[in-house]
Design a protein around this ligand. Structure first.
Ligand SMILES: [Zn+2]
Ligand SMILES: [Zn+2]
Length: 332
């Protein structure tokens, strides 16, 4: 065989392999999407009656993409300190991309005067590296606050899939539950992502007296619409607010794959690469939330682009608050 023919043969083989891989990924994606839709349709829960309400809720972003001060560390990840009257919850544990110790999260906690000893519970929204403390933890099905162990003894950690930590008491969540007066987990909602696969994500819901339910969301993979629908299934009170990530990397992505490809846009939206998330998707979601006339909306910039942040800012006007590390969001 001539060199040219051998080259053509090899190229043909490689294209065939690439096509087969693309067809396999595509089949997996559509099968997973149908499965997620079936699970969603079958997920019917009774109302979480008698969970009570809190007088005051504060959400302090400890890790996210933008900060209120240059002295605070930022990352394309999430960690929020949620204080609901007497209950303090650490919602997600950041990204720690460099596996540092102390991690950006620990450094910001120290700068903001937050002590882990004051945390009553951990909630991990979903098992992605930007929420569970890094890529090695995503691969190893673990979660961590820093590159070296942090003692979490005696702290319950509510996780949506099997994840472990050497000292926290990890409790896998499979349904909505009240976890403290006025505070509930919404239970996991599935979404099939094209590259990242099957993803179960839970949110936190806090009932603020005289206002309604405030949803605290990690990446928003299940879609804003389903997160709101789940809350409306569980509570009589109106949706008052939504704080956190909704994954709208429409015009840009905070993370690049190989320094080139828009990682979040390709990997986390629940749409295939040939039909990526677009402005209409975001506008439809905004309309869905607008109809609830929320009193507070704060979109995480960790997984949404500046165009999407602007769209939310414009749509919700006075009710919109920029989400900045170090700047407390107060609802009372
Ligand atoms: Zn995220
Ligand atoms: Zn995610």
């Amino acid at each position: 065989m001539s060199v040219r023919r051998a080259f053509a043969f090899a190229l043909g083989g490689l294209s065939g392999l690439a096509l087969a891989a693309a067809a396999g990924a595509s089949a997996r994606f559509y099968a997973g999407r149908r499965c997620a839709d079936r699970v969603w349709a079958a997920s019917r829960y009774p109302q979480l009656g008698g969970m009570g309400a809190v007088e005051r809720l504060t959400i302090l972003p400890l890790i996210d993409w933008y900060a209120a001060s240059e002295d605070l560390a930022t990352e394309p990840g999430v960690a929020y300190l949620v204080r609901a009257d007497d209950t303090t919850i650490l919602f997600d544990v950041g990204y720690n991309q460099g596996a540092e110790h102390p991690s950006p999260l620990l450094r910001n906690m120290a700068a903001l005067g937050v002590d882990i000893a004051g945390v009553d519970a951990l909630v991990i929204s979903h098992a992605h590296e930007d929420h569970q403390g890094g890529s090695s933890h995503m691969r190893g099905c673990t979660y961590a606050l820093s590159g070296q162990p942090v003692d979490l003894k005696g702290i319950p950690a509510y996780v949506p899939v099997s994840l472990s930590n050497p000292t926290a008491e990890s409790i896998v969540v499979d349904a909505p539950r009240v976890i403290a007066p006025g505070v509930a987990r919404t239970g996991p909602i599935p979404r099939q992502l094209f590259f990242l696969g099957w993803t179960l994500e839970q949110s936190l819901a806090v009932n603020v007296k005289g206002k309604g339910i405030v949803l605290i969301v990690g990446c928003g993979h299940p879609t804003l619409q389903r997160i709101v629908d789940r809350a409306e299934m569980l509570f009589d009170e109106p949706i008052y607010g939504l704080v956190g990530g909704l994954h709208y990397p429409v015009t840009a992505s905070r993370e690049q794959l190989f320094g080139l490809l828009p990682a979040q846009r390709l990997m986390g939206t629940g749409k295939p690469p040939w039909d990526p998330i677009n402005r209409q998707d975001v506008e439809t979601a905004i309309g869905y939330l607008e109809r609830r006339q929320p009193g507070l909306v704060s979109l995480s910039p960790h997984d949404s682009c500046d165009w999407s942040l602007d769209a939310f800012r414009t749509a919700f006007g006075q009710a919109y608050q920029d989400l900045l590390v170090g700047e407390e969001i107060v609802i009372q």
